[in-house]
Design a protein around this ligand. Structure first.
Ligand SMILES: C[S@@+](CC[C@H](N)C(=O)[O-])C[C@H]1O[C@@H](n2cnc3c(N)ncnc32)[C@H](O)[C@@H]1O
Length: 349
């Protein structure tokens, strides 16, 4: 069964909008879409152009909601893939939390077929890896835009849907055994409400896993403060998010967000330091640092539209980006970022 036939099957079970099947690469060529974009399902489809606008620099942005301002093109999907790899190396697994255990329990309870939802899946790296690792699980990735990798990468037990989770959710109560949501805060105006709604579609005994990066950077060198331009950069990104109704401090408050739902037990949270360059001698941290330095560099590029949305001129943005990159290249500052992970279980009946 092809990827799109599976999607149509999923339509029957969930009863709402799914990715439109791509006509052909030829039609994309006729419409002038770059060769580089062929590995994204969406950009092979003329029917998908409605979800995107080009910005001044030719980057693709989603035009589905007014909140999320990072690009939605193959360059951005490469950044997300590097970030996915970086987190995998850092965590030595697909998630910090009892994912294997919850899947196994659901497998026994649901006659072998646990269901997994990845919210704001981006290019789909996480949900595709999960579907590969657990071929008995039915895995669904959702996003506001169809930016998932082409079908050759997608295993049989994985499909995708278009859903803006800032709006009412389309799934019935008790639909999923595992719900995973990573690095999506920048597109959410009411995270508390979203988490409460996700708890409703989580099955009894199910597991919800959240992960978000802090929107700032720290220096681990005792004699080194975070330089002014770096502070200015992160402050501007945070202000830009606030202006769009997003809480930039949410990553620090995942645990209270889960607690406030009143629907979960066995809550845990974890904080992981991620080096921004290769200053550690430990091989894992060195590899993490190398990957994170690439991700950060690409995030600085991706954040251009966000920075411009604060009223900065294009020249000011270019100068700030240049200075930030210059500061980040200083290894002796031992810069690091924090990722916050949090999870909880819904009580069984
Ligand atoms: C930074 S990316 C992270 C992607 C993926 N979770 C990962 O960790 O690689 C954020 C993703 O969330 C999606 N997103 C943002 N706001 C959303 C919303 N309201 N509903 C669904 N997806 C959303 C974006 O389109 C983007 O693909």
């Amino acid at each position: 069964m092809s990827y799109y036939e599976r999607s149509v099957d999923a339509l029957d079970s969930f009863g709402h909008q799914l990715l439109s099947p791509p006509p052909s690469v030829d039609s994309a060529v006729e419409e002038g879409v770059d060769d580089d974009e062929y590995d994204l399902i969406s950009l092979r489809s003329s029917q998908c152009s409605q979800y995107f606008d080009y910005d001044y620099d030719g980057r693709l942005l989603q035009n589905v909601n007014n909140t999320y301002l990072l690009p939605a093109d193959s360059q951005e999907m490469d950044r997300l893939s590097a970030q996915h790899q970086m987190l995998f190396v850092r965590n030595s697994s697909l998630f910090v939390g009892p994912l294997d255990e919850a899947l196994e329990e659901a497998r026994v309870k649901n006659y072998g077929v646990p269901t997994v939802l990845d919210v704001g899946c981006g290019g789909g790296d996480w949900v595709i890896d999960l579907a590969r690792q657990f071929p008995y699980a039915i895995c669904l990735g959702t996003d506001i835009v169809p930016v998932q990798r082409s079908e050759t990468y997608v295993p049989e037990n994985c499909s995708f849907e278009l859903v803006d989770v800032d709006l009412p959710l389309p799934w019935p109560e008790n639909s999923f055994d595992i719900i995973h949501m990573r690095d999506i805060n920048q597109g959410i105006t009411n995270y508390d409400s979203l988490v409460a709604r996700l708890c409703q579609i989580l099955r009894p005994g199910g597991l919800i896993l959240l992960a978000e990066p802090e929107i700032t950077i720290w220096s681990a060198a005792s004699d080194h403060e975070v330089p002014y331009v770096l502070e200015l950069y992160w402050r501007t990104v945070r202000n830009a998010l606030r202006r769009r109704g997003v809480d930039p401090d949410l990553p620090l408050h995942l645990y209270p967000a889960l607690l406030r739902t009143g629907a979960l037990q066995a809550l845990h949270h974890d904080e992981l330091g991620i080096p921004c360059s290769t200053y550690f001698t430990n091989a894992t941290l060195q590899q993490t640092g190398e990957l994170n330095s690439r991700c950060l560099d690409e995030f600085i590029t991706s954040s251009k539209t966000l920075l411009l949305s604060t009223g900065m001129s294009r020249d000011e943005v270019a100068l700030l980006q240049f200075q930030v990159r210059d500061e980040l290249s200083k290894e002796d500052a031992r810069f690091f970022q924090r990722w916050f992970h949090c999870w909880g279980r819904k009580p069984s009946w």
